[in-house]
Design a protein around this ligand. Structure first.
Ligand code: COA
Length: 188
């Protein structure tokens, strides 16, 4: 593949997800073409990934999740949706969400700095929403720092809307969170 524009990358990723049996394929990893000749492989997060995930978490967030937080979320696969993305076998991105009743709640989404703006966040978000859809979720919710423009733009692009503000939700940083939600359509 010579070179993909950003929109072609997203379009091809979506086409792929429509045609593969992705829930199963996520066990071994699904490959996506990114801009240039880069390939992203996404699979369910496993225990062996957690130390690398925590490393990235520490690079990005001032008050990072600890190893135990990620391990806890790997416990019950019916309710937890944790994914990791690899480029050339190097873990570069992850997301964590969980299902409660008919709700998919996003807890974490991060892409390593040097790998951003390549549609990786978009692909992980989309896969998680599809999983919620498969599991009959009606809604998706998330909190995002009020000043986190990149993430807010990403969520808006996926149809998330602002429901309200949670004052000082990020207590350590004294920062408000936007509560955002999106309706997930169920097939039947
Ligand atoms: C938010 C984050 C996950 C986005 O990941 P990414 O792989 O760089 O994003 P993508 O390349 O998939 O971009 C998809 C969309 O996100 C939005 N976006 C991404 N980067 C952006 C930026 N710098 N400015 C504005 N919008 C941006 C755009 O809507 C973009 O769509 P477009 O390319 O059609 O404009 C990444 O910036 C990150 O890890 N940030 C730090 C951790 C974080 O804030 N996580 C969210 C916690 S709620």
């Amino acid at each position: 593949m010579a070179s993909n524009t950003h929109n072609q990358v997203a379009e091809k990723a979506y086409q792929k997800l429509l045609t593969c049996s992705w829930q199963n394929d996520l066990k071994k990893g699904i490959n996506f073409d990114l801009p240039g000749e880069t390939k992203l492989s996404v699979r369910w997060m496993e225990e062996k990934d957690v130390s690398e995930v925590v490393k990235i978490e520490k690079e990005i967030f001032p008050f990072p999740w600890l190893k135990e937080g990620f391990l806890y979320r790997l416990g019950e696969l019916d309710f937890n949706v944790s994914l990791v993305g690899f480029i050339q076998n190097k873990l570069v991105a992850y997301t964590v969400s969980y299902i409660v009743y008919d709700e998919l709640h996003f807890d974490n989404l991060a892409v390593k700095k040097n790998f951003r703006n390549n549609k990786i966040g978009e692909i992980l978000l989309w896969l998680s929403l599809q999983t919620g859809n498969e599991k009959k979720c009606l809604w998706s919710f998330l909190e995002v720092r009020k000043g986190n423009t990149q993430a807010i733009q990403l969520y808006k692009k996926f149809g998330f809307e602002k429901l309200g503000v949670r004052k000082k939700y990020y207590r350590e940083e004294n920062e408000d969170a936007l509560l955002m939600s999106k309706c997930i359509l169920v097939k039947d």
